[in-house]
Design a protein around this ligand. Structure first.
Ligand SMILES: Nc1nc2c(c(=O)[nH]1)N[C@H]1C(S)=C(S)[C@@H](COP(=O)(O)O)O[C@H]1N2
Ligand SMILES: [Mo]
Length: 219
């Protein structure tokens, strides 16, 4: 796996500089956090679909694909592609927001809701966080409640077609209420934990939670 160190360095610098942070009067920030306008502060709409990857986009064939769910759960799960296809599929329409400043409205996906996954593994009460690990070595983590959010899902299709490799095909996570770095592409492991480990970007100055309406870009 070749890592794109130029991108890693550039984005680490943005975190140091606080790039794209918009100064808002406190009352206005509170209004935005409450009303959630369609486009969060500091974001611009795009019609394209930029690709943001830390390195080469890994090639994972569906016949080799595996997803492991474990950690603080009652029931550990090891899925192959057939198992994933057999889980209940739903269509999702949602807006997405990348911390580099682009937002995209009304993207249409198909996949399996994270709540469906949670029902299958039955997390223990000690499960407070979810760590996501991907085939390209990328990692990120979420609070249990953010992973379980009703809008979050594991996507295998975008715009009616199998998800492109560059966008995380054959399967990626989408957590649309947080900045898109939380939405791990080429997902291979979902681990329920009692402690919060830092992921690839969280270790480089990015926020532990990443709410776009609160501009939780860095910390
Ligand atoms: N496995 C993996 N997931 C990842 C990334 C990555 O490099 N590797 N980049 C993240 C970042 S920073 C963003 S903005 C989105 C980009 O998704 P896209 O390339 O489909 O636009 O994926 C996120 N998930
Ligand atoms: Mo990103």
């Amino acid at each position: 796996m070749a890592i794109n160190w130029k991108l890693m360095d550039a984005k680490t610098e943005w975190a140091d500089e606080g790039r794209l942070l918009v100064e808002l009067p406190e009352d206005e920030a509170a209004t935005i956090a409450r009303d959630k306008p369609r486009v969060p502060p500091g974001q611009n709409l795009t019609n394209g679909f930029p690709v943001l990857s830390i390195g080469d986009n890994p090639l994972i064939r569906t016949r080799d694909w595996q997803l492991v769910l474990g950690g603080h759960v009652e029931r550990r799960i090891h899925w192959d592609w057939q198992d994933f296809q057999s889980a209940p599929q739903t269509e999702f329409k949602t807006d997405i927001h990348c911390v580099t400043g682009w937002s995209k409205l009304d993207t249409v996906w198909q996949g399996v809701s994270t709540r469906e996954i949670i029902r299958s593994v039955r997390p223990l009460h000690t499960a407070k966080f979810v760590t996501l690990r991907s085939y390209d070595g990328y990692a990120t983590s979420l609070d249990m409640a953010d992973f379980a959010h009703e809008d979050a899902f594991l996507a295998s299709h975008y715009d009616g077609k199998p998800l492109d490799r560059a966008h995380g095909g054959p399967m990626r996570l989408i957590v649309p209420h947080l900045y898109l770095w939380k939405s791990a592409k080429w997902l291979r492991q979902i681990w329920f934990t009692d402690k919060e480990p830092r992921g690839t970007w969280e270790a480089r100055g990015y926020h532990r939670r990443g709410d776009p309406w609160k501009q939780e870009r860095y910390e």
